[in-house]
Every structure is written in C-alpha cells, then in structure tokens.
Design a protein around this ligand. Structure first.
Ligand SMILES: Cc1ncc(COP(=O)(O)O)c(C=O)c1O
Length: 383
C-alpha cells in the first residue's frame, strides 16, 4: 500500500532552525526577546493592528481577552456552539456563561441574524469565530455590538492572513486571537497572539500577560520596581517558539499561496459531485478573502460521512471530522446556555469531513485523496 497521508504535517519553510540557534546564542530564550518583538511588529505593521501581544497559544489570548472584557459571574457571552473548546472555556474561567447561538448553513459561522435575539441585560460581549479562516459577517456583528454597547472578540485562530472587506481578521473587533498551533497555516508548535485594537486596553493587557505584574513598565523605566498589580498568568511565549514563527512569517505569502492552490484543486475536483447533489463544498462569500485553512466536504447525512471517512482511512488517508458542538458536551451543558434552535450546528457537524491539507501535501498525494473520494461516490449509488 502507498504511504499513509496524514491529515496535517508540521513543516519547515526557511530559517526556522537558524533563528532558534541564534535566539539561544543571544542569551534570552525565556520570552520577549528579539524574535517575539519581530513577530509582534510583523502583524502590527502588515495588518495595521495597534498592538499585538504574542502568547503561548490562542487559548491564552482568549483567556486574556476574557479578563479584558471584565467578565464575571452572571455575565453572558454570545458565541457559536460549533467552535473549539477554548472559545468557551476562556469565558467560563471568569465564571461567565457562554450563550450558544446557531451557525449559518452557508459559511458555518455564527449566524449574525440570530445574535440580537440572544442579547439580554447580562450580555457583555460577542465572540464570533471565523470558521476555516472565512470571515463572519463582521459589519452586522459590529453594528449590533455598538448599538448594545458590547465588546467584540474575534476568534481568528484559523484566520491569520484572511480578511473581510479588505480588513484583516483580528483587526476588526475590540480584540482578536490568532493561533500558531502546528495544525494552523503558520506554525511554531504551540503559539498565539492577542490582537488589541482598542489602545485603552493595551496597558492592562501587558500586565495580565506578565503574571499580573507591571514588569513591562519597570523595563521601560516608568516605575522603579515591579510588583503584583492585577490578575494575570504566564502568557508570555518562549523566545524559541517565536524564532521558529518569525522564519515562517518571512515566508507567509508562499505558505498562503500553496494552501490556496491545494484548496483550489480540491474545489475543482468535486465540482461535478456538488452539481449532482452528492456533496457540498465550502462557500466563501465574495467579500471574504479566506486563509484557505481547511477544505471540507458536507455529506448528505452522518452515515455517508462515516462511510467516506472509513473508506479513506482504509486507504491510508486521514480525513477527520471537526468540532463536537459545545452545547452537546458535558461541560457545555453544565456551564453554557443554548439560545433557541441549534439545528444547523448539530446537522452540519454530523455531516462534515475535513480532507488532508498541509504545506507539503504533494500533487500526487492530493490526487490520491481526490481519486479515493471520487471512487467512494462512484461505487455508492445516489441515495
Ligand atoms: C476556533 C479556535 N479557537 C481557538 C483554538 C485554540 O488554539 P490554540 O491551540 O492555539 O490554543 C482553536 C484551535 O484549533 C480553534 O480552532
């Protein structure tokens, strides 16, 4: 049998190892060294974000965002149930309640039309998630938020490099979170960033990130000793991760081009099957520039999704499902509140299958995935 094709594979694209060695020789690998600063400056300059704080993960950035939203017991945060655990757990760590709203069936993003009816006197923020790096309807979301005086935190974990109406994801809400986990487009093992678009939140964010201390002010010389001044945690990433990440950022256009090419090939390969209503491909609205983070297929039902997944696994191809809706999870039921009908969340998550997608996926490997998927449909008659 041919070699197995994994779902994801970490990769080296340029100077990653050279920069790691240099970071060690520079004598500061604990964090906030030269490479951490370079990574932050890259996003600030390229995406026009007032302040980027590099973090150990998107989870850490979301936890910081929850503190900056001043969430506390009884406060509510509107978000999709179709998301990664971290979106909701960050809120729950502040004893606030995630309010789960259904997704739109076209993009699988938080349905902007359903947000307003979920707002109560306890609502403090809206946390949209840009699924697969395709933007939520941010104009509508920002308009609702401003009218109800709510904060907006963009979970752009998968949206680095993507944009909505020419605005980079992460730069639109009050705050945003990026992920550089090894499964994302731009990677460093574990890593993330907090995007701060409200200058008045920067000073507190720096303190929260540094264990609740004003160490940053001390280094700047504005206080003569540093001490414990607020809540916080260890949200500074190590310099080695940022050295690796900076090398990837130097190649960001090449990485995005490659992912776009893979996405495009999958898109073309399944056009006829979509026309015959055997499956559905992802949809990108015309005002969104995607990060081409993932390519998924929507099968007619759960049984056919499982049958295709098994068919691919039998041929050494790792295609994988995605989120188990949070409102159906043990914790989600204990600490969250579903708002209305979550029909699309349950239905679509049951039918979705993600195909292998990574920088080094060769044309030959991708053709194997495509051929195996097409074989499945050719050998199983339409239902
Ligand atoms: C939507 C979303 N938010 C947050 C995260 C958490 O990212 P990290 O692994 O960097 O903490 C993920 C990870 O997959 C994600 O998909």
């Amino acid at each position: 049998m041919s070699d197995a094709i994994p779902f994801n594979k970490p990769f080296i694209v340029g100077n990653e190892l050279t920069y790691i060695e240099r970071a060690v020789r520079l004598g500061n690998i604990a964090g906030d060294g030269e490479y951490t600063a370079k990574c932050a400056a890259f996003f600030e300059q390229q995406y026009g974000i007032p302040r980027i704080l590099m973090t150990p993960s998107a989870t850490a950035a979301l936890e910081m965002a929850a503190i900056l939203c001043d969430l506390g017991p009884g406060d509510e945060v509107i978000m999709p149930s179709f998301t990664f655990v971290s979106t909701a757990s960050a809120v729950v760590r502040c004893d606030a309640t995630p309010v789960f709203v259904d997704i739109a069936s076209d993009t699988l993003n938080l349905d902007a039309e359903r947000i307003e009816s979920a707002i109560t006197s306890r609502t403090k923020a809206i946390w949209p998630v840009h699924y697969g790096g395709v933007a939520c309807q941010m104009d509508t979301i920002m308009e609702i938020a401003r009218r109800h005086d709510l904060l907006v935190v963009e979970d752009a974990a998968q949206g680095v490099g993507a944009s909505y109406r020419d605005q980079p994801l992460g730069s639109i809400g009050d705050l945003g979170a990026y992920s550089f986990h090894e499964t994302k487009n731009i990677i460093c093992g574990e890593g993330g960033a907090l995007c701060i678009n409200r200058p008045d939140l920067i000073a507190r964010a720096e303190i929260i990130r540094d264990k609740g201390t004003n160490r940053k002010e001390f280094f700047r010389g504005s206080v003569d000793k540093y001490s414990w001044v607020d809540i916080g945690s260890s949200y500074v990433p190590n310099e080695i991760s940022c050295a690796f990440l900076y090398a990837q950022l130097e190649q960001i256009n090449r990485i995005h081009q490659r992912r776009q090419e893979i996405y495009e090939r999958y898109w073309q390969a399944f056009a006829d099957l979509e026309a015959d209503q055997r499956l559905r491909r992802p949809w990108i609205p015309s005002d969104c520039q995607s990060s081409s983070h993932m390519f998924y297929l929507l099968l007619p039902d759960n049984a056919s999704r499982e049958a295709l997944r098994q068919h691919l696994v039998d041929q050494g191809i790792r295609a994988v499902i995605h989120y188990v809706p949070l409102h159906s999870s043990k914790m989600g039921q204990q600490v969250g509140r579903p708002h209305g009908d979550l029909y699309h969340t349950t239905d679509l998550s049951d039918r979705l299958l993600r195909l292998p997608m990574y920088f080094e996926l060769s044309h030959a490997q991708q053709d194997r995935v495509i051929d195996a998927t097409r074989d499945f449909f050719e050998s199983s008659p339409p239902g």
